[in-house]
Design a protein around this ligand. Structure first.
Ligand SMILES: Nc1nc2c(ncn2[C@@H]2O[C@H](COP(=O)(O)OP(=O)(O)OP(=O)(O)O)[C@@H](O)[C@H]2O)c(=O)[nH]1
Ligand SMILES: *[C@@H]1O[C@H](CO)[C@@H](O)[C@H](O)[C@H]1NC(C)=O
Ligand SMILES: *[C@@H]1O[C@H](CO)[C@@H](O)[C@H](O)[C@H]1NC(C)=O
Ligand SMILES: [Mg+2]
Length: 254
């Protein structure tokens, strides 16, 4: 991909740009995935030369994710890996709020730690952001070369359905509303997070809907999304029900 190549050619220029990228990695039982995602992040940031830090927000995972994170911190250094754990599982939305408080970068990446979001796309996000100084850049599985791999029909239908329903009800003019691999200007993220009321799966969607309301500019990067290999999926009937409830609440209140 020429985008990634271009940034690889001039790592020094990237380093000197003055921009710093804080990656928020919320984890719950990601012991198997964390070493690999961190290794890949270090690799792609290292090759492209951008300044970065990785903030691991572990919510008291019973599988020992935090201990793994501590080992990684020893390997890669305290300036690259920051640990901001919480005592118990308090949900993704508040994990981002918690993480952003400790971020020292002027840009924030939000991504899942389960390898569904491949760090190889990071240089493309940054390139896209700089193209038009976008306030946020969202991944999309539903435009360009984007796609989803490893999901069964049920999961695909749920994701498509959630997107479709939201498109119809809220018209946010973005092709992927529930994907959570995104790059934000820090100020923009702080402002959005403050206004968002929903929890769980609706949160990502509310973020982009509110971004449109505030006239923030949104760029999109097509990604291939791969289902998690290790660990268990947490998407059950309860999450679907609360997603629809949250969506209708948003519809009624915005
Ligand atoms: N800190 C924290 N992280 C969480 C919590 N819930 C989920 N995560 C993490 O958030 C990311 C996304 O969660 P996932 O379980 O992968 O959600 P998903 O991709 O919709 O569903 P599956 O991959 O099928 O399980 C992963 O890195 C999880 O480890 C939580 O309550 N607190
Ligand atoms: C929707 O997005 C497209 C391209 O991103 C843009 O050209 C168009 O003006 C947008 N429409 C609205 C209503 O925001
Ligand atoms: C966003 O832009 C629209 C159309 O230009 C305008 O009516 C609206 O007041 C703007 N909203 C904000 C929050 O600036
Ligand atoms: Mg996942």
């Amino acid at each position: 991909m020429h985008v990634a190549m271009a940034s690889r050619k001039s790592p020094q220029t990237n380093r000197d740009s003055g921009d710093k990228y804080s990656v928020l990695l919320p984890t719950y039982n990601e012991r198997e995935n964390l070493p690999l995602i961190v290794w890949l992040l270090v690799k792609y940031f290292g090759e492209s030369g951008y300044d970065y830090e990785i903030i691991v927000i572990d919510d008291g995972s019973p599988d020992g994710t935090l201990e793994v994170a501590e080992q990684l911190q020893k390997i890669y250094g305290k300036d690259r890996i920051l640990l901001r754990p919480r005592a118990k599982k308090l949900g993704l939305g508040t994990a981002y709020i918690h993480g952003v408080k400790h971020a020292t970068g002027n840009f924030i990446f939000i991504m899942d730690a389960d390898l569904s979001h491949h760090p190889k796309f990071i240089p493309e996000f940054i390139q896209k952001q700089r193209e038009a100084n976008y306030d946020l850049v969202s991944s999309t599985r539903y435009a360009g070369n984007g796609g989803v791999y490893g999901w069964d029909l049920r999961r695909k239908l749920i994701s498509r359905g959630a997107n479709f329903l939201t498109q119809v009800l809220l018209r946010p003019n973005a092709s992927d509303l529930t994907g959570s691999f995104r790059l934000y200007k820090k100020k923009v993220l702080e402002n959005l997070v403050e206004r968002c009321v929903s929890k769980g799966y609706v949160f990502q969607m509310e973020m982009i809907v509110r971004a449109r309301q505030l006239n923030y500019t949104v760029g999109e990067v097509p990604i291939s999304f791969v289902d998690r290999v290790y660990g268990e999926s947490k998407l059950g009937g309860n999450e679907i029900l609360s997603f629809v409830k949250g969506l209708l609440t948003l519809f009624a209140t915005t």
